[in-house]
Design a protein around this ligand. Structure first.
Ligand SMILES: NC(=O)c1ccc[n+]([C@@H]2O[C@H](COP(=O)([O-])OP(=O)(O)OC[C@H]3O[C@@H](n4cnc5c(N)ncnc54)[C@H](OP(=O)(O)O)[C@@H]3O)[C@@H](O)[C@H]2O)c1
Length: 271
């Protein structure tokens, strides 16, 4: 099979994906492997190590051993786990080229003053502090490269970060924080070759709503009733596309909707 220009550009890269056990992160791992199957290193991280091992086996089965996969148990909401992450990697896995900051979650639909402190804290600790800590852990590797540094940081934001909606105030605030951090970082790194990329999905059907409703599948299903949401593969393709551009091309900011969505809460539903 001929290698595409994108596949060639990705060859030899070491890629870290957070939240690779499910949804968008899992599909992104598979899509990177399919796009550049000859020579790639994928470090797949999440809290569910057994699921990461299944993803690794799926990739190995599909593309063979040109793609090396390292499943790594990492809770990004725990600063001490993030700070020891790079040092704990085997030597040959440390020269990271791409970080996909994808791990994230939403909890509940409560409105102030009824928001549980626990739900608020886990969303900020994962979506914001976790993403910032991962970025700070990896950036020194990028900055050692010529021309001030090179590498890609791909942050998964959300339409929720652009357009806050009732019942999502904390989640929306975390994603607005991701957007502010990402935009400031791109400016801070202007004199380097480091690319700072944000991808903001609209509605994607993953485990996201199941987590939001504390495991209640019927409530999660109701979110998608009458709609055709995006699939995690739809977002994975955009992530891999952004990483696979020529080095001088930065897909700085992308908003992706399914066809029947035009705002955070404006969805055309078939009745
Ligand atoms: N689905 C949507 O409609 C949508 C829309 C816009 C943006 N997003 C964003 O897309 C990203 C991926 O979500 P998804 O839709 O693919 O949901 P998902 O299927 O629930 O996947 C979330 C992933 O994040 C991981 N994760 C959660 N907390 C973590 C932690 N503390 N440490 C490490 N990993 C953690 C989970 O793994 P473990 O449980 O194994 O740790 C899982 O792999 C999130 O940032 C989300 O906010 C989703």
């Amino acid at each position: 099979m001929a290698t595409t220009a994108m596949g060639k550009r990705l060859e030899g890269k070491t890629i870290v994906i957070t939240g690779a056990s499910s949804g968008i992160g899992r599909s992104t791992a598979v899509e990177f492997a399919r796009t550049s199957p000859k020579n790639l290193r994928l470090i797949l991280t999440a809290r569910r190590i057994d699921t990461l091992k299944e993803v690794a086996a799926q990739i190995q089965k599909e593309v063979g051993d040109g793609v090396k996969v390292l499943p790594y148990k990492l809770d990004v909401s725990k600063p001490e786990e993030v700070s020891s992450f790079v040092g704990n990697l085997p030597e040959e896995w440390r020269d990271i080229d791409i970080l996909v900051n994808n791990a994230g979650l939403v909890k509940g639909v409560a409105r102030a003053p009824d928001i549980a402190a626990e739900d608020m804290n886990i969303q900020f600790a994962t979506n914001v502090t976790g993403l910032v800590n991962m970025t700070q852990a990896i950036l020194p590797i990028f900055k050692k490269r010529p021309d001030g540094g090179a590498g890609d940081i791909i942050n998964i934001g959300s339409i929720a970060g652009r357009e806050p909606y009732p019942g999502g105030s904390i989640y929306c605030a975390t994603k607005a924080a991701v957007k502010a951090f990402t935009d400031a970082l791109r400016k801070e790194l202007i004199s380097t070759r480091i690319r700072i990329i944000e991808i903001d999905p609209g509605q994607v059907e993953t485990e996201f709503s199941i987590v939001r409703f504390y495991g209640d599948k019927s409530k999660a299903d109701a979110v998608y009733a009458g709609c055709e949401p995006l699939t995690p593969e739809d977002i994975a393709e955009v992530i891999v596309f952004a990483a696979g551009r020529r080095e001088n091309v930065v897909i700085a900011d992308t908003l992706i909707f399914p066809n029947h969505q035009a705002a955070a809460t404006l969805l055309h539903r078939k009745t």
